[in-house]
Design a protein around this ligand. Structure first.
Ligand SMILES: [Zn+2]
Length: 281
């Protein structure tokens, strides 16, 4: 066991057994501390190790170094069923190539940027990022939708400026994403919402979305009792647009300006204002 690395890794119940470094990657060999596991078929505990099974999974970086876990998902043999089974590991889903906390971190980044850039920065393909978003959203959905009262519908660009979006459904009170839809198509969003079940939809009292009103008809149909309101987040996004229009008007008017000095000054002011507002967006 590597006590310092185990402490640094900070995954409850998991020990670092060994480590190597390949190129700039830190590879940590990890295993659960327990010596037994519960059979998923009959619930009986078994400590009869059938075989070790290693595979790699990406985890959070340590001091700027990519971390790969070499995970031992052990197989035990159940005495009752007389069949082998794989142990459950809390920090990673079955057949996932990333730990849960890594996927959660990626989803948080996507919410503040766009999918393609997050992928690039973390050495992941668009498909890998999308698969993590789906995985985390399904985990969240399984957790609890009962307290959902106020729903937010927001759009995130997959690639900035290419018109390719995903739709994020947010619980506005808990401030957590509760669903992701790969496209802006009404049909896809309808499927996702209907998947929540009638009971959940009926308790929603408010739906907040952008001003384009894309989904208003759909929401009125699916959640007729909810009040549809304009999302403040989108309202603030629109403000720089209005500034741009005002600036264009002033620019046009300034072209006719006979006072050369004043004309120059206004031009300069407009230019620096444009830069400022560009940066803010
Ligand atoms: Zn069994």
């Amino acid at each position: 066991m590597q006590p310092i690395l185990t402490e640094l890794l900070n995954l409850p119940g998991i020990e670092v057994e060994n480590y190597t470094k390949v190129a700039d990657r830190l590879i940590l060999e990890v295993e659960a501390k327990t010596t037994k596991a519960k059979c998923p078929r009959c619930g009986e505990e078994s400590n009869h190790l059938h075989q070790n099974r290693w595979y790699f999974a990406r985890d959070l970086s340590i001091s700027g170094q990519e971390v790969l876990l070499k995970v031992n998902r052990r197989q035990f043999k159940c005495k009752k069923c007389e069949k082998p089974f794989s142990e459950e590991l809390e920090f990673i889903g079955k057949r996932r190539k990333q730990t849960n906390r890594f996927a959660e971190m990626i989803v948080q980044q996507v919410l503040h940027s766009d999918m393609h850039n997050v992928g690039k920065q973390n050495d992941l393909t668009d498909e890998e990022v999308w698969s993590m978003i789906k995985y985390i959203s399904e985990k969240k959905l399984r957790i609890d939708l009962k307290p959902l009262k106020r729903l937010g519908i927001d759009e995130i660009a997959l690639r900035k400026g290419q018109g390719d979006y995903i739709v994020v459904l947010v619980d506005l009170d808990r401030k957590i994403p509760i669903g992701f839809v790969r496209s802006r198509k009404q049909e896809e969003i309808r499927k996702e919402l209907e998947g929540w079940g009638k009971e959940v939809l009926e308790q929603i009292i408010e739906v907040s979305m952008d001003l384009s009103g894309n989904y208003k008809g759909l929401i009125n149909k699916l959640i007729p009792k909810a009040e549809v309101v304009a999302d403040r987040f989108h309202v603030t996004k629109i403000v720089p647009e209005e500034l741009k229009t005002a600036r264009n008007d002033l620019q046009k008017a300034n072209k006719e300006n006979k006072n050369v000095n004043e004309k120059k000054k206004i031009e300069e002011a407009l230019l620096s204002g444009a830069e400022k507002s560009e940066k803010r967006c």
